[in-house]
Design a protein around this ligand. Structure first.
Ligand code: PRP
Length: 175
């Protein structure tokens, strides 16, 4: 299978620089480490892997698989949890990590769930904040890049399971 050539929006160097800056903010806020990073699969796997290494402090890492349904459907606000967090959340500083926030439904709903588990704090880190279709307000504590719209792939992000391997975040034109 050969992927079509998407247009580079943020190249590997630009992404690495932003990841280092975000990691610096996290390190400054939690100098002793101990953060529980929860990656929302699948898209977060590249960002999370780079982020925790850039932070370079002891931490816990877990992953969840969830999908949400838009508020314009009968299943408004429903969160399907395919794989939930396993590491205990109580009294921990949690950072939810996602590749992209689009409508905001996924991360905002999962944040509510985590809050019910009694964490010490919950923050959200996303590589891409795509603002144009937001349905649920999300306060991003750490954000790599902000875009208004467009279909983006690469660095974990897919279109029909393709392009996740790309080193850059690219715009899929014509989609
Ligand atoms: C994407 C992305 C976020 C979510 C954002 O996941 O990784 O988790 O959608 O969308 P939202 O803000 O509109 O809720 P997707 O369901 O495509 O799964 P994937 O990560 O496995 O590609």
């Amino acid at each position: 299978m050969v992927d079509a050539k998407p247009r580079v929006l943020f190249n590997g160097d630009e992404i690495a620089a932003r990841v280092r800056e975000i990691a610096g903010e996290i390190s400054a806020k939690y100098p002793d480490g101990g953060v529980l990073f929860i990656g929302i699969l699948k898209g977060s796997f590249v960002f999370l892997a780079d982020l925790v290494r850039a932070v370079g402090r002891p931490c816990h890492i877990d992953f969840v698989r969830i999908s949400s349904y838009g508020s314009d459907t009968a299943s408004s606000g429903k969160l399907d949890i395919l794989m939930d967090v396993h590491i205990p959340v109580r009294d921990r500083h949690v950072i939810l990590v996602d590749d992209i926030v689009d409508t905001g439904l996924t991360v905002s709903q999962y944040r509510e769930r985590i809050l019910q588990m009694g964490p010490r704090s919950v923050e959200i880190a996303a590589l891409i904040d795509k603002t144009g279709r937001r349905e649920k307000h999300v306060s991003l504590d750490y954000c790599g890049f902000r875009i208004e719209g467009g279909f983006v792939v690469g660095y974990g992000l897919d279109w029909d399971e393709r392009y996740r391997y790309l080193n850059s975040v690219c715009l899929l034109e014509g989609e």
